[in-house]
Design a protein around this ligand. Sequence first.
Ligand SMILES: [Zn+2]
Length: 252
Amino acid sequence: MLNHNNTLIAYLTVLLIFIISGALSSTAGIVIISIITLFFVSLLATASARIQMNFFIKAVNNGSREKATVTLTFDDGPDRNITPQILEILEKHNIKATFFCIGEKIEQNRDILKMISDKGHTIGNHSWSHSVFFDFYLPGRMAGEIEKTDRLIKEITGKNVVFFRPPFGVTNPFLAGALKKTGHTVIGWSLRTFDTVKDKERILKKIETKVADGDILLFHDTVPQTVELLEKSIEIIKNKGMEIVGLEGLIV
Ligand SMILES: [Zn+2]
């Protein structure tokens, strides 16, 4: 399977062959290596943005496709207003979910994080800052952010954090280095609802037509719309005969 190491080795081998054979002294040789380089760079950019490719990091993007179970995940909280409303709906349906929380938001909403934990949901790490520059940080700085968030979650809930979801789902060699140090299991997703940008009807239609056995669904507990569409989403999934389980139950 394509990954960062074997692709890099293949590219460097081709480059070396071109140099040794003297092919770079011809215009045709330069054009060909330029095309190969462009393809290589495009592949790196695409792989960074698509966690499901498992290119830089091996992530869990879905559970078994053989079992009629799915799981719900909520990113970017805890939010003082939205998260408690999400928790109420989940409790009503006796559903356990996973919340990938941001350290800076946890600091402002310690009681909400405690509430998530006390209700039996799983808390995952989603970095400290969720900065747009996070992917440009060196591995040491990334690991520092991740560990700082882990410490705060442990301080508030008493629980160790096992799961990490990269901010924006972006992966790269620096993050791979950071995670080697922190040792988290990386969780991606297989069904993204785009609940922060798309309208409710489109999202529900997508769930209705796309949800499949083993899916990890991605929501955000930061937008009012998610509260509105959660109840209906649960109904759609249950009507398809699927059970909504916790992340641990889906991926074991
Ligand atoms: Zn996020």
